[in-house]
Design a binder for this molecule. Structure first.
Ligand code: SF4
Length: 217
């Protein structure tokens, strides 16, 4: 797939998703607290958006910053974020992250991808998403949806999300970097699903080679 067809596909998907709320905690360009964004990204792994939102709302009614989070006991923190998936492990990770921010960054969330990636428990997906949402920075957040769909389209040919991010950094026009996650997550959750995608209802079916798709509806 070349960039002309990719642009057409993304435009169709954006149009079809217009009615949906973006999956991210805040919209791109909207002013937001970087610590809240970072915590939200970490809490959101394998958890539904509405559960993440509710947990973040509860937690940030009680704390404001890394120091406040550290002052909660492990039990209190677990209770605030329950029932997010793996809430016990995530509570531990949030404590480590908060200590790290205080010790190395004076309690502030760093603004570069390189520094974000040095934080305890922060991988490329979270670092890129925080960069985009908290600082309006140039990141590409590649999760399983972006990875899967970019490969089904034949835009990249990669085995892991990290490889997909590297490939996208080489060829994806920069104007799509910040938004591709929002579009393809929404599209991947509703149409181009992991198993048996809804190709008969797909707005981009004419320009999709369906690479690796054995079964579809
Ligand atoms: S045609 Fe099917 S595989 Fe291709 S993007 Fe649409 S839903 Fe996904």
């Amino acid at each position: 797939m070349n960039n002309r067809i990719l642009a057409a596909n993304l435009a169709r998907i954006e149009k079809s998703l217009k009615q949906r709320t973006p999956p991210a905690m805040v919209k791109i360009g909207q002013k937001a607290d970087p610590f809240r964004i970072l915590v939200g990204c970490l809490i959101s792994a394998r958890t539904r958006d509405e559960v993440t939102e509710a947990a973040c709302t509860r937690l940030f009614q009680r704390i404001k910053d890394p120091q406040g989070l550290l002052e909660l006991t492990p039990r209190q923190l677990e209770k605030e974020i329950y029932p997010v998936a793996f809430y016990r492990n995530k509570a531990k990770a949030l404590k480590s992250l908060s200590s790290d921010l205080i010790e190395r960054f004076d309690g502030q969330v760093p603004e570069t991808l390189e520094e974000l990636l040095t934080l305890q428990g922060v991988g490329r997906k979270t670092a890129n998403l925080t960069l985009i949402l908290a600082f309006d920075g140039m990141g590409i957040c590649v999760d399983t949806h972006v990875h899967r769909i970019a490969n089904r389209w034949g835009y990249v040919e990669t085995a892991t999300p990290d490889q997909t991010e590297a490939a996208l950094r080489e060829k994806l026009p920069k104007k799509y970097w910040q938004k591709i996650n929002e579009w393809l997550v929404g599209f991947g959750q509703t149409v181009c699903k992991p198993l048996s995608p809804l190709c008969s209802q797909c707005p981009v079916d004419k320009h999709c080679p369906r690479i690796g798709v054995d079964k579809y509806r």
